[in-house]
Design a binder for this molecule. Structure first.
Ligand code: ATP
Ligand code: MG
Length: 333
């Protein structure tokens, strides 16, 4: 808005000046009035421009302030207990909706400590929502989420977040250096630890190629990096955090084969020995999961191992065949 206001004022100023020159040349304006116009005009236009630009800035700040006040008004999440040492996670008859419409209905799933669970299903079926409930971004309307057998609503939210690392579907990077963005995983990490996490997450090599290596500034939202690179930075954050529970939301955007292979390598290292819950869009990445949970319209329609689900010939088998056929089709091109 600021630059638009300034341009409008500059146009008006140029227009008025041209008109006054026209009047002066046409003889309708005497020189004294013209000089007076120049002096008074400058004195009026400059403060007017400043005032209008200041007003635009004021409107911006007002809106930002409103959002901050809104955030401060949000009730503080309750819960004091320290999370237990056991890292199994369970959803017990969970029902949830963001607004009026229910997004999850009566969902029960048990994820033992150290196991690998995959959530699959059509777009909008509620996969990412399950991850958000486990990280306690929201509380269920009915039922509960437990960790080590205890309701996570009774736990200190800060301590709970230390137990969980999340790699989001759409990675958001902050306007900071690459090292600063990885350090979000653990604020007291040394540079050596950041570099080690980046190596494990297959980012070290591409970071070294950036103009200032680890000190390169990332634009807001990370728009100077590719989708695959952002995902790997986010995996490096999770490596650094070293939490016992990993929530991983696979990117939906298609990646080139090289990026895909690097990300898979980074993920394999990240998930070793932890309780892992992965939202998978590419079914071939979760064939070896301990349990595959198939969602449709917010309900669990099937769960089991890959072979069991294929032989039961339900939604999973259909999704698998569709992806497999698409893969075959690509290969024969
Ligand atoms: N913040 C939100 N506010 C309102 N509705 C939402 C919000 N986030 C998700 N939804 C709705 O909840 C439903 C489930 O969304 P969710 O993100 O869990 O789906 P998903 O299975 O992860 O889909 P995808 O495979 O496309 O990522 C969708 O209908 C979606 O539109
Ligand atoms: Mg999703």
């Amino acid at each position: 808005m600021g630059p638009i206001v300034l341009s409008a004022v500059a146009c008006v100023r140029a227009g008025v000046t041209l008109m006054v020159i026209h009047l002066l040349l046409g003889g309708s304006l005497d020189v004294i009035t013209f000089v007076a116009f120049l002096i008074i005009g400058t004195r009026i236009f400059d403060p007017l421009t400043t005032a209008l630009a200041g007003y635009a800035q004021f409107r911006y700040s007002e809106q930002a302030g409103e959002r901050i006040v809104q955030l401060l008004r949000e009730p503080v999440m309750q819960g004091e207990r320290q999370p237990p040492a056991d890292h199994d996670v369970e959803l017990k008859q969970v029902t949830f909706g963001y607004l009026d419409q229910l997004v999850l209905r009566d969902v029960s799933v048990s994820m033992p400590a150290g196991s690998f669970t995959a959530l699959v299903g059509p777009s909008g079926s509620g996969k990412s929502t399950i991850l958000r409930l486990i990280a306690r971004f929201y509380d269920p309307v009915k039922g509960m989420v437990t960790m080590g057998g205890e309701d996570i609503r009774a736990m200190d939210p800060e301590a709970l977040l230390h137990k969980v690392s999340m790699v989001f579907q759409d990675v958001y990077l902050f306007q900071d250096t690459i090292a600063g963005n990885i350090r979000f995983g653990r604020s007291d990490a040394t540079h050596e630890e950041i570099e080690e996490a980046a190596r494990l997450a297959c980012c070290h090599d591409f970071i070294l190629k950036l103009p200032n290596s680890y000190d390169t500034m990332v634009g807001e939202g990370g728009n100077t990096l590719s989708g695959g690179e952002k995902q790997r930075i986010s995996i490096a954050r999770a490596m650094l955090k070293n939490a016992p529970i990993i929530l991983l939301d696979e990117a939906t955007a298609s990646l080139d084969p090289e990026n895909e292979a690097e990300i898979q390598k980074a993920i394999d290292r990240l998930v070793r020995g932890r309780t892992v819950i992965v939202v998978a869009h590419r079914l071939k990445t979760v064939q070896h999961a301990d349990r595959i949970v198939v969602l449709n319209h917010g309900r669990i329609v099937e769960q089991g191992r890959h072979d069991e689900l294929l032989s039961s010939n339900g939604l999973y088998a259909r999704l698998w065949r569709r992806q497999h056929d698409a893969g075959e089709w690509r290969m024969t091109l």
